[in-house]
Each structure stands twice: as structure tokens, then as C-alpha cells.
Design a protein around this ligand. Structure first.
Ligand code: SAH
Ligand code: SF4
Ligand code: F3S
Length: 484
């Protein structure tokens, strides 16, 4: 793919870790074709927007960014505007992109990532063929044009419609193995262990955008992690929408053997050179005793769990189709405390799910106080087209949602601050990520329990696990000093 060689790319990522990891794969694929990362968006020949269908305002930010690409494309005839990610798995969104943003060149879905370089190649070929038929010359002056003048030149922009390349909606049976990734950090890496989701929580679009659950083979995962450690990685985060339902079929040995998630953790724990294992996300309904045991037994498994509760009311949990009760959730937390008393716990909570009463919300507040979360992602319920809850009649008024949201955040922050203050005077092992962007002379990293720690130091600490004495506990982070 000679046309790709030497091109500069820029990726904008709006979603979760899985989305971020997809961006790393896209970057890896482009690097293999001889592309390099652009300094910024304006410097790029290829811009890729990797979208999210869940995060608050991710859709508005997406359409806003798309608008900006219009002028960039006008200035550079070779420019490629590409969009991918979860929103592209939603048909009404793709229709909107085709109609309102005709200058978009490549649209691909979450199952087509590995085909992206081919798609670009196809685009460049189609363009040269198209240029032969029409005078498709680009114009450097377009970027300085007003919007009115701009419409006059729109035949050039419209040409994207004739050359656009699209590949979406194909959920495939087989997992594509062996894709490259350009990691954000040399010392830590995401590793997908499974794709998709079968749970169909009634508020959630992910099962529709990511397809059905598929687990990678244990030997493929182990090989990837061994290769990563040989390349300097010390920490891996295993990714899946519900890692607890991992079911990997191993073909090694005499006959097929099915591995569950805990089996995988025990095996990874044996890999020399690997120091930390994390995972995301864990559905409470499938959190097994065996996995809780791994927190006791496996030295490399970080004593931290993200265990989304969503609501503290069993009535609402049933309407959400979460398939556990408040009591069952609290029993799990107690079992985790017993297996690893120092464990830190974070969660996701939705406020204002249809039908949520003041009493249901109070149940969420009381659960939060009982678990004492170290941190939490809080979401205002919002309708997602195509999900059952979007059709529920008993939607909670916006102002009630906001008011409850603020009360919840206040409660969570007070707990985080108190818990973080309790770390003052302790020594924590911190894996340093690198220099802090905001604060020169400061580096930041994470404790075993995933607490963010700032400390004085320079780039030479990056990738090292160092002892840090905690001197300050804030709501969202700790501060400390390197212990000599
Ligand atoms: N698989 C993960 C979650 C992926 S989505 C899990 O089950 O934990 C991340 C979070 O977004 C969810 O945990 C939920 O809290 C939130 N979320 C998803 N859909 C939402 C919606 N329609 N409105 C508000 N929050 C939502
Ligand atoms: Fe969405 Fe539920 Fe699947 Fe998580 S488990 S991705 S919240 S449907
Ligand atoms: Fe968003 Fe898709 Fe992740 S919808 S949260 S990017 S799985």
C-alpha cells in the first residue's frame, strides 16, 4: 500500500478503555504501513474519530469535531476524514453522517478495524480514478473561505460521496488475532480477552454496538502477554465488557479444555517479568468465588476491583436486568474484603433510571455509604435509541435527576477524601507513568489499588515501581515523596 507510506495520522478517541485500545490497534496498523503519528490534528493527512455511544456528550463532541474536519479537508485534497467506533454500529447515526457530513471518506465499524489500511488504499485508488474523470483539484485557499464561499466549492467536497469507503455491521464469528498495537505507554498495556456483551442491561447500547460475547483462546492471550513482557511491559489490564463470563477454549494438549476467567488469572500470575495484573469490567452477577480466591492467592493481581453496581435498589436493578440484588452485591463486597482486606473498590452508578423513586435513590446513597467506594463513575440516565429502557414511560424529570446526581457526587467525594486521607504516612508501591502534564517537576503513577499519586521526580522514573511515602490525600489523588 504505497500510497499510505509517509502519511501522518491523528486519532481522536471518545470512549472507554476498549475504545482506547482499538485506537492503539488502528495506530499499530497504520505504523505497519509506514505512517507516523502527526504532531496534532492540523498536521495530519488522516484523521480518525473513534466514537462512543455511551459517554455523556460524546455524540455532541463527535459531530462538533466532524464539522471542523470539513475545512481541513478543503485545504488538503489528499486529506482523509475517517470515523469509526461504537456510534458507527448504530444505523441511524451512519445515516445521519452520510446525509449531513458528506465529506467523510471512510466509515468503519467495531468489527472491521483490521481492514482499515485496505479501506484507505481503496479510497486513494477511487480518488485517482475519480480525478481522471473530473477536475478534482484541491484548493489551498478553501480553508480561508467563509461558509458562503465554501458552498460554491462544494463539488470538490461532495466528491467524497462518490469515493467513500464503508465497512460496518459485520459481526464475525472468528476473532482476528495477531493485530499490532502502538501502546500509549512502554511499560503497561491493555489486552483484550473477550469482545462483545450478552447481558442486555435495559439501558445499555453496548450489546448492539459490540455484538455477541466472544472469548479469545487462553494460549493467544498468554502468548500476547509474554511477548508484551519481553517488550518491557510490567502491567497488563485485561479488557472485556464482562470479564467474569470469559470462556476460553484451549486447543493445547490432548483435548479441548474450557478456561474460566480465574484460570486465566492464575496462569498469567506465573509469567516471569509481569508484575501487575488488572482487569475491567467485572459484572457482579458472574463474580465467582474462585475469582475472589485469586485476590488472596495471586501476588500479581492488583488488590483493586471495578464492580459496577448501577443502583442500590433491588427493584431498579431488576428493571435494569442486572440479575443481582442489593443484598447479593453487598455479600460479594464482604467476600472481597475477607479475601483481601486492603482491596480498593470503584463502581459505576446511574442516577434517574426510569421509575427511580426518592426511596430507590436513598437505597443507592446508603449502599454507597456501606461500601465506601474509593472512586465512582456517575452517570445521569439518558435514553439510548433501540434499548428497552428508552421506551419506558416513567422517565425521571431532568431536574430531579440532576438534583439526585449532585447529592450522590457529594456523598462519593466525601468518602473518597476521607479514604485517601487515611493513606497519609503509609508507603505505597507506585508504578510511575511519566511526567505530569500540569505540573513540571512532578511525575504521576498508580498504586496497586489504582490510586493516582503525584510525586516530585523526573522522566527517569517512568516505568519503575518505586516506594512512595504518602504525604497528602485529596479527593481524586494522593501526593507523596520518593522513599530513599
Ligand atoms: N460493561 C460495563 C459497562 C460499559 S458502559 C459494565 O457492565 O460494567 C459503562 C457505564 O456506562 C455503565 O456501567 C453504566 O453505568 C453507564 N451507562 C451505560 N448506558 C447508559 C445510559 N443509557 N445512561 C446512563 N449511563 C449509562
Ligand atoms: Fe452494557 Fe450491561 Fe453489557 Fe455492561 S454488562 S456492556 S452495562 S449490557
Ligand atoms: Fe462507549 Fe463503546 Fe466503550 S459505547 S463506553 S466506546 S464499548
Amino acid at each position: 500500500m504505497t500510497e499510505l507510506r509517509g502519511k501522518k495520522y491523528h486519532i481522536i478517541t471518545f470512549g472507554c478503555q476498549m475504545n482506547e485500545h482499538d485506537s492503539e490497534t488502528i495506530a499499530g496498523l497504520l505504523q505497519e504501513e509506514g505512517c507516523s503519528q502527526a504532531r496534532n490534528r492540523m498536521d495530519a493527512d488522516i484523521v480518525i474519530i473513534n466514537t462512543c455511544s455511551v459517554r455523556e456528550n460524546a455524540d455532541k463532541r463527535f459531530f462538533g469535531t466532524l464539522g471542523q474536519l470539513k475545512k481541513q479537508k478543503a485545504a488538503n485534497p489528499a486529506f482523509a476524514a475517517c470515523v469509526c467506533g461504537c456510534m458507527m454500529q448504530q444505523e441511524h447515526i451512519v445515516t445521519q453522517v452520510r446525509r449531513q457530513y458528506p465529506w467523510v471518506d471512510v466509515i468503519f465499524g467495531t468489527h472491521n478495524i483490521h481492514e482499515f489500511p485496505q479501506m484507505l488504499d481503496q479510497l486513494y485508488q477511487a480518488r485517482s480514478a475519480f480525478a481522471g474523470e473530473e477536475d478534482g483539484e484541491g484548493n489551498e485557499d478553501l480553508i480561508r473561505m467563509s461558509d458562503h464561499d465554501y458552498t460554491r466549492a462544494k463539488h470538490e467536497i461532495r466528491s467524497a460521496r462518490d469515493t467513500r469507503v464503508e465497512r460496518i455491521y459485520e459481526d464475525r464469528k472468528e476473532i482476528v488475532e495477531g493485530l499490532p498495537a502502538k501502546r500509549l505507554f512502554p511499560h503497561k498495556s491493555f489486552v483484550n480477552i473477550m469482545y462483545g456483551c450478552n447481558n442486555f442491561c435495559t439501558y445499555c447500547i453496548v450489546p448492539y454496538t459490540r455484538g455477541r460475547e466472544k472469548s479469545r483462546r487462553p494460549e493467544d492471550i498468554l502468548r500476547e502477554v509474554k511477548d508484551l513482557t519481553a517488550d518491557g511491559v510490567r502491567e497488563v489490564t485485561l479488557l472485556g465488557q464482562n470479564v467474569n463470563s470469559y470462556k476460553g477454549v484451549s486447543l493445547a494438549g490432548e483435548e479441548e479444555k474450557v478456561w474460566d476467567f480465574a484460570d486465566l488469572i492464575y496462569a498469567l500470575d506465573e509469567i516471569p517479568g509481569l508484575e501487575r495484573i488488572r482487569f475491567m469490567t467485572s459484572h457482579p452477577k458472574d463474580l465467582s468465588e474462585k475469582l475472589i480466591g485469586a485476590f488472596r492467592d495471586c501476588g500479581k493481581l492488583c488488590r483493586y476491583i471495578h464492580l459496577p453496581v448501577q443502583s442500590g435498589s433491588s427493584r431498579i436493578l431488576a428493571k435494569m436486568n442486572r440479575r443481582y440484588t442489593r443484598e447479593q452485591y453487598l455479600d460479594l463486597v464482604k467476600a472481597l474484603w475477607q479475601a483481601a482486606p486492603e482491596i480498593t473498590i470503584s463502581t459505576d452508578i446511574i442516577v434517574g433510571f426510569p421509575g427511580e423513586t426518592e426511596e430507590d435513590f436513598e437505597d443507592t446513597l446508603s449502599l454507597v455509604r456501606e461500601v465506601e467506594y474509593d472512586s465512582a463513575f456517575t452517570f445521569l440516565y439518558s435514553k439510548r435509541k433501540g434499548t428497552p429502557a428508552a421506551e419506558y414511560e416513567d422517565q425521571v424529570p431532568e431536574e430531579v435527576k440532576h438534583q439526585r446526581f449532585n447529592r450522590l457526587v457529594d456523598a462519593l467525594n466525601e468518602i473518597s477524601l476521607r479514604k485517601n486521607a487515611a493513606y497519609i504516612g503509609t508507603t505505597q508501591m507506585v508504578l510511575v507513568d511519566g511526567a505530569s502534564k500540569k505540573d513540571p517537576g512532578t511525575v504521576s503513577g498508580r498504586t496497586d489499588g489504582f490510586k493516582l499519586v503525584d510525586l516530585e521526580g523526573d522522566e527517569s522514573l517512568a516505568g519503575k515501581i518505586v516506594p512512595v511515602e504518602i504525604t497528602e490525600g485529596r479527593t481524586f489523588s494522593l501526593r507523596g515523596r520518593l522513599k530513599k
